[in-house]
Design a protein around this ligand. Structure first.
Ligand SMILES: [Zn+2]
Length: 776
């Protein structure tokens, strides 16, 4: 028996030659993205890429990926998407590391998936009678993306006939001709889900040269303007707002736009690029969170409607937004898209990936807890996140007509070829973004004149560049890069200093009265794990002011508990207690250490990006300084004592309990005469109390070890049922006057959770629980 060493060092992959297209693009790429075997990153970014492969992609259960195909119809309606997404991510990861175990798994999954194809070409998870109703065109899209990526990088074209049969079935089934189905009606979100198959159909057209695949793509573009179609291009050209496109569903729309850019590359229709640039400008200007998240509740919303909680930051949206920027960077060669890539990768994408790579978050919000999960069940995002991370080596460093381009700064090596074929290796030593020095050694095969283009991030107020110890003035090009053109020789050394500075963003719109602190490219957050005690103290953190002077931001090495990589930093900031907490009086100054959003909540703790200013309102709510709890933790964990009726908690879990409760316990008893319950949010599958048998009850404890006593009920709470929320809106207040004043040590509201449209689960929600001692 062979015994393997505990640590297997994997040799870098040989130079992979990708499968060539039969039809070359009409629009040549401005930047040449790299096959991932050329770029090996070893800093913070590299560590996240490595664990994505070793702790996630290699370990995913192949039988689970194929289950819905082997036993149709699968666990849920979109179960078919996971295997194609895995094939895409795992192929890129294998190309990066050359890991033979991953390659073996790839070969196996690709072959087994193909075996599941039906005789007519169908490769979805639906029963015959349910075909083309919801998410099975969508599954074909991901199977095509996965298998095309697999063929492209491995050179194994065995799945090609299966891909052609899938595409032929789509061409035969959908179209304008008599007897064909309307693809808009074949899936969700005004047809944006099924028509996002545009992207791989363009890719397959270029790979095979089959004209009917391009015709099918043109049919999709026509179908978008059908009376019930999403009108993607026409709306973006006219209204120039993504929230007016289709039903504004972000993941599906961005998936379509990624296909539009592939179509533009292939055909050169300038309207396609114009529509996408309009979408990009609109998102960046009006709909983007600091961290690079771009939606809440999975939809693009009105201008600046960016709450910190409310299912913010679906990871599928994060990844398709990343892909959209990567496509635009390839096509235009403009640094502004690479700036957005840095923002989304270092903040929202890494914020959604658990630091050890083993799990992903679905919604990764601006505050709360990271909802990491290691399974795939019910979670589109859990197979999307790894795709985003696996794509990083393709764009971190690239080449263009002038030379080489550095888009992301991380330690490591890039073995590139200039367009004339000459090899250039870049070796980077840095602890960026923990430290500001970036040393890049340039090793061309022979001495030669070309440009090294450096991205000076838009947040960076001061950058300096030296070559071989001498300060140089780079040429700032129209593409937004700082170019150093010279005859580069082996061992030439660039030293780039990107001044890392704190920045304060003063909140507007939904974050009025709050500030966020950034450091270089990193969005920072307060984290209960660094506050020295229980979650209670996080709610007591107020920023000491809205200027750098008052905040006094000071970086220091991260303590062991949160030290996710060698250069990890935390950031000491002046705070005041917005309410009493532990030994702190309200208003007392203290210091907190902020942590990058990417690592925030990594220990399971609560975190918060936007920090309030000033003291908590003293409106007489005696529960504001208490400790909250609830019957079930649920999957949205905000606070019911933060004075913010927009942030809420839910009890959602896969259970059907008879009762839920939301409670606040005090350190000292307080006299109360009135209790107020603020409803959290109404979801399609629950979130309210079912009052068909009884109204929600207010209960009080007068001693810590005492029993809960019924103190009244929420009489004004509407007459709901388990299915019908009776118009209940998030933030609605319901008051209960106690029959007589009570000396409460704890208060709670209890009731029966509602099921909405999913009879298998029931849950309720709460935004605030308040209690007052009204004057008689
Ligand atoms: Zn998702």
């Amino acid at each position: 028996m062979l015994v393997w060493a505990a640590v297997v060092t994997i040799a870098p992959a040989g130079v992979i030659s990708t499968l060539p297209d039969k039809v070359p693009p009409v629009v040549p790429d401005r930047q040449d993205f790299q096959v991932p075997d050329r770029v090996r990153l070893t800093g913070w970014v590299g560590a996240r890429i490595d664990v994505n492969e070793s702790n996630r992609l290699v370990k995913l259960d192949a039988a689970r990926l194929l289950e819905g195909y082997r036993k149709r119809p699968g666990r849920q309606s979109w179960d078919g998407e996971h295997v194609g997404k895995w094939l895409h991510a795992a192929t890129l990861a294998w190309a990066n590391t050359g890991d033979p175990a991953l390659r073996e798994k790839l070969d196996d999954v690709a072959a087994e998936l193909v075996k599941c194809q039906l005789a007519d070409g169908y490769l979805g998870t639906y029963l015959d009678k349910d075909r083309w109703t919801q998410w099975d065109v969508w599954a074909h899209k991901y199977n095509l993306i996965g298998l095309i990526t697999y063929m492209r990088y491995t050179g194994n074209v065995e799945p090609m006939p299966a891909c052609r049969r899938m595409a032929d079935l789509l061409c035969k089934t959908f179209g304008d001709a008599p007897g064909q189905l309307d693809i808009i009606k074949a899936g969700q979100h005004k047809g944006m889900a099924p028509t996002s198959v545009l992207e791989p159909m363009v890719l397959l057209y270029r790979l095979t040269g089959e004209p009917r695949y391009l015709d099918f793509c043109k049919y999709i573009l026509r179908a978008w303007d059908h009376p019930k179609g999403p009108k993607i291009i026409s709306t973006l050209l006219k209204a120039k707002r993504v929230d007016k496109v289709g039903n504004a569903k972000a993941y599906e729309m961005l998936s379509c736009l990624n296909g539009v850019l592939e179509f533009y590359r292939t055909t050169g229709d300038p309207k396609m690029l114009e529509a996408c640039l309009n979408a990009w400008r609109d998102i960046v200007k009006n709909r983007l969170y600091l961290t690079g998240a771009a939606s809440y509740g999975e939809f693009f919303r009105d201008d600046f409607d960016l709450p910190n909680v409310s299912n913010v930051g679906e990871t599928c949206v994060t990844v398709t937004w990343l892909q959209f920027n990567a496509q635009l960077l390839r096509l235009t060669g403009e640094a502004r898209f690479a700036d957005q890539l840095e923002r989304v990768v270092l903040n929202q994408l890494f914020g959604a990936q658990r630091c050890d790579g083993s799990a992903w978050g679905y919604y990764v919000q601006m505050e709360g807890k990271k909802p990491y999960s290691g399974t795939l069940d019910g979670h589109c995002c859990l197979s999307s996140g790894p795709r985003g991370v696996a794509l990083i080596p393709t764009f971190a460093t690239s080449t263009d007509a002038d030379g080489v381009v550095v888009n992301l700064y991380d330690a490591g090596t890039a073995r590139l070829n200039l367009r004339d074929g000459m090899a250039v290796t870049l070796t980077t030593v840095t602890r960026y973004p923990g430290e500001e020095g970036i040393a890049i050694t340039v090793d061309p095969a022979e001495k030669k004149l070309f440009a090294v283009k450096l991205r000076i991030p838009s947040w960076c107020s001061s950058a300096s560049v030296q070559v071989n110890g001498k300060t140089v003035k780079p040429q700032h090009g129209r593409d937004g890069y700082a170019a150093i053109s010279r005859k580069w020789d082996r061992g030439d050394r660039i030293e780039l200093q990107l001044k890392l500075e704190p920045r304060v963003v003063v909140g507007d719109h939904k974050n009025q009265g709050k500030v966020a602190v950034l450091y270089g490219p990193l969005v920072l957050a307060a984290d209960a794990a660094l506050l020295g005690d229980q979650d209670g103290r996080l709610a007591a953190v107020s920023a000491a002011g809205n200027s750098l002077d008052k905040l006094g931001v000071a970086p220091e090495p991260a303590p062991e508990l949160v030290r996710s990589w060698a250069g990890a930093r935390v950031f000491r900031v002046n705070a005041i207690a917005r309410k009493p907490a532990g030994n702190l009086q309200a208003g007392a100054p203290f210091q907190v250490r902020l942590i990058p959003f990417a690592d925030a909540g990594g220990t399971g703790s609560s975190y918060k990006v936007w920090l309030p200013l000033g003291l908590a309102s003293t409106n007489g709510n005696v529960l504001l300084d208490g400790n909250e709890s609830r019957s079930r933790m649920g999957n949205i964990g905000d606070s019911i004592i933060d004075g913010n009726p927009r942030s809420f908690v839910v009890t959602l879990s896969e259970k059907l309990p008879a009762e839920d409760w939301f409670a606040v316990t005090l350190d000292e008893p307080a006299a109360i005469t009135r209790v107020v319950f603020v409803h959290g949010s109404t979801f399609h599958n629950g979130g309210w109390f079912d009052t068909s048998a009884a109204k929600p009850r207010v209960q009080v404890k007068t001693a810590l070890d005492g029993k809960w006593e019924d103190a009244g009920e929420l009489k004004d709470y509407p007459a709901t049922t388990s299915q019908n929320p009776a118009g209940l809106k998030g933030g609605e207040r319901f008051s209960c006057r106690l029959a007589s004043p009570m000396n409460a040590i704890a208060v709670r509201v209890a009731g029966k959770p509602a099921s909405g449209d999913n009879p298998r689960v029931a849950f309720s929600s709460c935004a605030e629980l308040e209690a007052f001692a009204d004057k008689p």
